[in-house]
Write a protein that binds this ligand. Structure first.
Ligand SMILES: N[C@@H](CCC(=O)N[C@@H](CS)C(=O)NCC(=O)O)C(=O)O
Length: 248
């Protein structure tokens, strides 16, 4: 079967980083696109394909596929030999993997959003600190559940899978947003090990090239809407974890 033409709409260190890492781990050919034409202005063709305006959105031969969990399942089934997820065709086993992906996107990620964008939850700025603090507590509680499923010093399912990529993104945000680290040590260990994966560096470099192509060679755009590279956020996470920065 011929590989479809894949284009990922992606933004810096947003959750589309999880899909970007999966694409890179798959070894397939793909393109990167930005949802923005300019600061504050989303691309008309992006909004036509994906009216929610959210990333990630994967164009598969021009057809949009949204939702991180669905994109990860699609890529794992498209490239079964790359073992992006440990699916084996047994209904209940595979449903368990799907449940964990949905737990990441619907059970954990909304608490990242509550911390990062409290104005989506309450319009009174005086309450934002409180909303963020409650978000930190819930994010910790939800990650603790995964923490208890993680083997010490090993990936979630033995070999690296895109669930580890998802946990990387969730845990990085938790650490950078000041969530209590006690009780989520295995998630943190998992995220630190993901920092060393060649695919993360390759994904970062690919995003930097796309960013330069779309917005000019200035690789430090002033506005986040022009940023495809996750590097500034990855650098902060490396520093927070006492790890070497990803090479340029
Ligand atoms: N349920 C979606 C959530 C996607 C999502 O929250 N995307 C955020 C970035 S992490 C976004 O595009 N925010 C910009 C916006 O809402 O306009 C998924 O799992 O993919």
């Amino acid at each position: 079967m011929q590989s479809p033409d894949l284009t990922l709409y992606h933004l810096g260190a947003a959750c589309s980083l999880v899909a970007l890492l999966a694409l890179e781990e798959s070894g397939c050919d793909y393109h990167l696109a930005s949802p923005f034409v300019a600061e504050g202005e989303k691309r008309a063709e992006f909004l036509a394909a994906n009216p929610t305006g959210q990333v990630p959105c994967l164009l598969v031969d021009g057809r949009p596929l949204t939702e991180t969990a669905a994109i990860l399942l699609y890529l794992a089934r498209l490239y079964p030999d790359r073992l992006l997820l440990p699916l084996n065709g047994e209904l209940f086993h595979d449903a368990g993997i799907e449940a964990e992906l949905i737990y990441c996107s619907a059970g954990i990620q909304p608490w990242v959003r509550q911390i990062v964008v409290p104005r989506y939850f309450i319009d009174d700025p005086q309450q934002w600190d409180r909303v963020r603090q409650l978000g930190r507590l819930k994010l910790h509680e939800r990650l603790s559940v995964i923490n208890s499923r993680l083997p010490e010093g090993a990936w979630r399912y033995g070999e690296w899978s895109t669930i580890d990529g998802y946990l990387f993104w969730l845990t990085m945000n938790a650490v950078l947003e000041g969530v209590e680290q006690r009780g989520i040590e295995r998630c943190i260990g998992n995220a630190v090990r993901t920092l060393a994966r060649p695919a993360l560096l390759a994904a970062t470099r690919r995003a930097e090239l796309a960013q330069a192509r779309l917005f000019g060679v200035d690789s430090q755009p002033s506005h986040w809407a022009q940023r495809l590279s996750p590097r500034p956020v990855l650098d902060r996470f490396c520093k927070a974890m006492g790890q070497p920065l990803l090479p340029l």
